[in-house]
Design a protein around this ligand. Structure first.
Ligand code: NAD
Length: 350
């Protein structure tokens, strides 16, 4: 197949991990006889420096025309003044809005070979395979907000409409059908009216179990293997998926996809630009590579290729290859490039 993929390498370790995701996409294309056009565009802090705009019009136009968009990471100390007029993260929020991406998919992969190094007991982690589906463009992060008086009172508003909840519930339902078929919906229906609407709307669309967010946060650490797809609103999904990140062993392992109503999507590792390790070639590229696998699955409909990439990552970890964030004391860590090359070589059957 032919596909036009826009790469937004971004800042910090973004370009380093994007290079390895691109290497793996090129390996997939070579193997399957696909033609992937990979085109890089500026976005984030580097685009503020060069264009005074975190999402330059040329970048936005290229993203809109693409089959899929891959983002490394944006941001860094140089652009982190909260009062600055231009901020890298604004580019990302604008891009999500422009592409109409309302569902954020965050799998939490637990690789057998990493279980013994994770902070939870190994017996709790075996068979864990979670997928968070987080509503991305509504809820309290986007509701009306106000500061009153001298700024000594402030409020944010949690608003959801039935239509907003139903469309993200459908994404979660589709995902669950392709997996173990279990769907847990998270809310706070015992206290919040918006969350009673959430529960009602989800129930209309799909058969689920409902959980109150506070009890679920505990349950997630106590028996993570019990759950499959977890559907939550913007803020609860944000918090719970970060909590669950601990299960995967390192932030560098986690991929994500942001989807709308069509096939197009935005794919990015969950981590940020990691300025503390940028430029040293030691970042873990697996979150980026697994995001590329999600791109193959969700935007290009290449399920077999996506599974092959995931299997290649599992095999390379099984061989004992570890970047610095995963290596136990005393073990030699491989570089970002070595890890990417190893995954690409596994794919090619080397
Ligand atoms: P971060 O995710 O960049 O880093 C947190 C810690 O995890 C650091 O110690 C870092 O070295 C480590 N880490 C992250 N990714 C890693 C990888 N692939 N391999 C090995 N170690 C890794 O979060 P932060 O330090 O809070 O944020 C840094 C910058 O990134 C900020 O400017 C923030 O706004 C931005 N950020 C961007 C995104 C995004 O682009 N989507 C997401 C989160 C944060």
């Amino acid at each position: 197949m032919q596909a036009n993929i826009v790469l937004l390498p971004g800042d910090g370790i973004g370009p380093e991990v994007t290079a390895e995701a691109a290497r793996v996409l090129n390996a997939v294309a070579d193997l399957g006889g696909h033609e992937f056009q990979l085109e890089s565009h500026p976005m984030g802090g580097n685009a503020i420096d060069d264009f005074r705009n975190p999402l330059p019009p040329g970048t936005l136009a290229a993203c809109k025309a693409a089959d899929a968009v891959f983002l490394g990471a944006v941001g860094g100390p140089k652009w982190s003044d909260p009062t600055a007029e231009l901020r890298p993260e604004q580019g990302l929020l604008d891009l999500r809005a422009e592409l109409g991406l309302f569902a954020n998919l965050r799998p939490v992969p637990v690789f057998e070979s990493l279980v013994e190094f994770a902070p939870l007991k190994p017996e709790l982690l075996r068979d864990v395979d979670l997928l968070f589906v987080r509503e991305l463009t509504g809820g309290i992060y986007f509701g009306p907000r106000q500061e009153q008086g001298d700024g000594d009172v402030a409020h944010d508003t949690l608003v959801y409409s039935t239509a907003e909840v139903e469309r993200v519930a459908r994404v979660a339902l589709r995902a669950a059908r392709g997996r173990r078929g279990k769907l847990a919906s998270i809310d706070k229906a015992n206290v919040l009216a918006s969350m009673r609407l959430w529960r009602r709307s989800v129930t209309e669309v799909v058969e689920v179990t409902h959980h109150l967010v506070d009890a679920f946060a505990m349950q997630l650490m106590r028996s993570p293997a019990e759950y499959d797809v977890i559907l939550a609103g913007n803020m609860f999904g944000d918090i719970l998926s970060d909590e669950a990140a601990i299960l995967a062993g390192s932030l560098g392992m986690l991929p994500s996809a942001s989807l709308g109503s069509g096939r197009q999507g935005l794919y990015e590792p969950v981590h940020g630009s990691a300025p503390d390790i940028a430029g040293r070639g030691i970042a873990n590229p697996i979150g980026a590579i697994l995001s590329a696998a999600m791109l193959l699955r969700h935007s290009l409909d290449l399920e077999a290729e996506a599974s092959q990439v995931e299997a290649a990552v599992a095999a390379v970890l099984g061989d004992g290859l570890r970047t610095a964030d995963l290596a136990p004391p005393g073990q030699r860590a491989v570089s970002t490039t070595e890890m990417g090359r190893a995954v690409a070589a596994r794919l090619a059957g080397a």
